[in-house]
Design a protein around this ligand. Structure first.
Ligand code: MN3
Length: 207
């Protein structure tokens, strides 16, 4: 059985300042993400996870293969684990301001230009009711990129979409610094997106 562990951050807790504050980063990683790791290991154990040796993204892509008794828990904790793992990787203190290469070209095709993409993505992220995520995903069926939103910890994998970039809009991601002002958090987050990482993820898929 796969045993999941809290992944290390690719930067220090204070390095995303002033956009994402050190206190939020610590609690988000050490408490919230850890809770998803623990919940995922526990719920896999409860259903006899030995029959599911695949990595969590494969399990989320085929949730109906999970016994019904454990499906909701694995959707929640598995999504929480994998969503946050990607979230950390797609941020950096040393980011370029915008995507380049093939991803830039694709954004121009589907969203006219990067500024318009940012506008649409931000509006969708801000308008999520309650807790959830806003995503840039790759739709392999139609070989195109899309913006989607998911509720709670639902992962794009559960709807057969490949996540390229995700923004956590749970209050735990921003409340300490931004209180109820989610639009300010969304605006700040663009400054720390790791376009290099996101672009490589896209190139690996699309080529
Ligand atoms: Mn979170």
């Amino acid at each position: 059985m796969v045993h999941y562990e809290l992944p290390r951050l690719p930067y220090e807790y204070d390095e995303l300042e002033p956009f994402i504050d050190v206190e939020t980063m610590k609690i988000h990683h050490q408490k919230h993400h850890q809770a998803y790791v623990d919940g995922l290991n526990k719920s896999l154990g409860e259903i006899g996870g030995t029959s599911h040796p695949q990595y969590i993204s494969s399990i989320l892509s085929d949730l109906k293969s999970i016994p019904e008794s454990g499906r909701n828990a694995i959707n929640f904790f598995g999504g929480g684990f994998e969503n946050h793992r990607l979230f950390w990787e797609t941020m950096t203190p040393n980011g370029d301001e915008k995507p380049a290469g093939e991803l830039e070209d694709s954004i121009d095709v589907y969203f006219d230009d990067f500024e318009n993409f940012k506008k649409i993505f931000s509006e969708k992220a801000i308008s999520i009711q309650g807790s959830g995520w806003c995503w840039l995903v790759f739709n392999a069926t139609y070989h195109k990129i899309e913006i989607i939103t998911t509720k709670n910890q639902d992962s794009p994998w559960t709807v057969q979409k490949y996540p390229l970039l995700g923004l956590d809009v749970w209050e735990h991601a921003y409340y300490l610094k931004y209180q109820n002002k989610r639009p300010d958090y969304v605006k700040a987050w663009w400054n720390v997106v790791n376009w290099d990482y996101v672009g490589n993820r896209f190139t690996d898929l699309a080529s």
